[in-house]
Design a protein around this ligand. Structure first.
Ligand SMILES: [Cu+2]
Length: 189
């Protein structure tokens, strides 16, 4: 159920609806009540109002903390830490981005085994994002020029296929053409 919310674009749409619809309902109710039904000053006692406010803040805190804790394992950084902690073999892919292409050490990796992408930029700010064959973005990484080491992220591919690599940091005239491919093959053990 949560995979549906986090792994495709409809999840973001549902999240926006979850925020916008209750807001619109309460907003319309209050405006209607104070302009049509009862135009006088509020009759609610200040004590009652503070109780409602405290309850509301508690609810917001519980939802906020709950959603964040529950979804933290979807963060690329948390996935990277989990892959490192699991002690599994890690496939290594080194890459260098420059305007407007990538130099990639290895364009074929195996599904089911973690892959560490270590990237650098040779000139300006670039991105390195991987798209699932269905079109969903799996992760993106920012590659800054002038750094001593590389920027790394570990990702485990679930399914074989042809994945698209694109730059998601605007880097000049041919930014839109800065793309490449990664082939994920079945892991034969
Ligand atoms: Cu770019």
């Amino acid at each position: 159920m949560l995979d549906f919310l986090y792994l495709n674009g409809w999840g973001a749409f549902v999240m926006v609806l979850l925020m916008a619809v209750p807001f619109a309902v309460v907003f319309t109710y209050v405006i209607h009540k104070k302009t049509v039904v009862d135009q006088g000053p509020a009759a609610t006692l200040p004590d009652k109002i503070s109780q409602i406010e405290i309850g509301w803040i508690a609810l917001v805190l519980v939802v906020f903390v709950g959603v964040n804790l529950y979804s933290i394992s979807y963060m690329p950084t948390a996935r990277t830490a989990n892959a490192l902690a699991s002690g599994q073999d890690i496939q290594q892919v080194d890459l260098t981005a420059r305007s407007w292409s990538y130099e990639i050490s290895n364009r074929t990796v195996k599904a089911g085994t973690p892959v560490r992408f270590s990237g650098k930029s040779a000139d300006t700010m670039h991105g390195f994002a991987i798209y699932h064959p269905d079109g969903d973005v799996l992760f993106t990484m920012m590659l800054m020029p002038g750094l001593e080491g590389s920027t790394s992220i570990i990702h485990t591919f679930d399914e074989p296929g042809i994945y698209t690599i694109r730059c998601l940091e605007y880097c000049g005239l041919a930014h839109h053409a800065m793309r490449d491919q990664l082939t994920v093959v079945q892991n034969d053990g």
